[in-house]
Design a protein around this ligand. Sequence first.
Ligand SMILES: *Cc1c(COP(=O)(O)O)cnc(C)c1O
Length: 426
Amino acid sequence: MTVNHGARSQIWHPFTQHQLEPAFKKIVQTQGAYLLDEDGRSILDAISSWWVITHGHRHPRITKAIHDAVEQLDQVIFAEYSHHAAEELARGLLDLAPAELAHVFFSDSGSTSVEVALKMALGMHHNRGSPRSRIVVMEHSYHGDTIGTMSIGARGVFNAAYEPLLFDVAHISFPAPGLQQRTLDQLEAHCRCGDVAAFIVEPLVLGAGGMKMYPSHLLKEFRRITTTHQTLLIADEVMTGWGRTGTLLACEQAGISPDILCLSKGITGGALPLAVTLSTSEIFDAHLSDNRSRMFFHSSSYTANPIACAAAAANLKVWREEPVVSRIRQVEGMHREWLAKFRTDPRFDNVRQHGTIAALDLAIAAKGYLSEVGPKLRTFFRDKDLLIRPLGNVIYLMPPYCVTEQDLRRAYEAIDEAADFIELMS
Ligand SMILES: *Cc1c(COP(=O)(O)O)cnc(C)c1O
């Protein structure tokens, strides 16, 4: 097949093999759970545009807050000066977060919020003169695409080229049913060595690793073990935060507080890029000194962008003043009913749900074939005006909370058909 490159855009898209993809349709408008493309097709955004949109596209209050903010401010330096939107947002975040978290550091993406978390952990130990630098991570984790966050994430074809530059970390296995004690024992064994700075984990759901889910009582155990050995617990809630797992934060379901909490994606309702890393006073205080060499050495140019902060402050108001939790309960209930139908279906394995995230694995044996399943399914769903991007043979739905019963019916009926389609192809 020859591709007419002349007609093509010069844009290099993320996670895209351009040789194998058709030219991308342009999205010209978004509204609620839908994307409108240049041909006038209305596409159900069943994965919240890569997990960022929480309430729905262009939530009126968030959109208005952005309009109002641009009348006052654009970017302003965030050393030497502060601004009201950041102050309001920081106070609001600390009101919502577990009481142990006392400080808010701003950045601009999930990956950066995790890099900041790692630097905070190492910085605390360094400044105390007892350097610990080992990081413990869970198998199948994803924490971002920078060199640092790839180092602490699962290794695979997506980071093979960069492997020589990635640093070593200690691993614990994913706590699959029946193997949970093994995971806890591994964590205990690593932490007991006394050189572990931090254990970083995605609470309840490992997103990019394949929507792998584990129960909340394990989070409690992670907290107990790390506390015992003075190892910092970093919760990467970049994906799980903002209601995805049924509560504002996934950590709430275990009643625990991490030492460091990373938030991004849904922090602005998905409208603008922003991230925060929350820390305890203990970590902040370890950077407090008469000595400038002990300050926290990190900044992004767009730290605490005032327009993004205004969007996030409006998002907090939405959470406080609108029935967000009852919308989430409705989505949860709809998923539960549909998934029940698939639970005994031999075409699917591992039917699972945490809150508004529903996932099921296509029961296909041919491993080599797996890599082709994802793109085939994507095309299948796209032809039905559904944005669903399976992770290999893992099909999942993570819709915005305004999604309706009819919307989800369409998505689940398509998943049902997709299983037959894949069987016919194999
Ligand atoms: C998406 C994600 C990140 C990275 O966020 P970016 O904004 O894409 O850099 C980090 N951690 C988790 C758990 C994520 O899902």
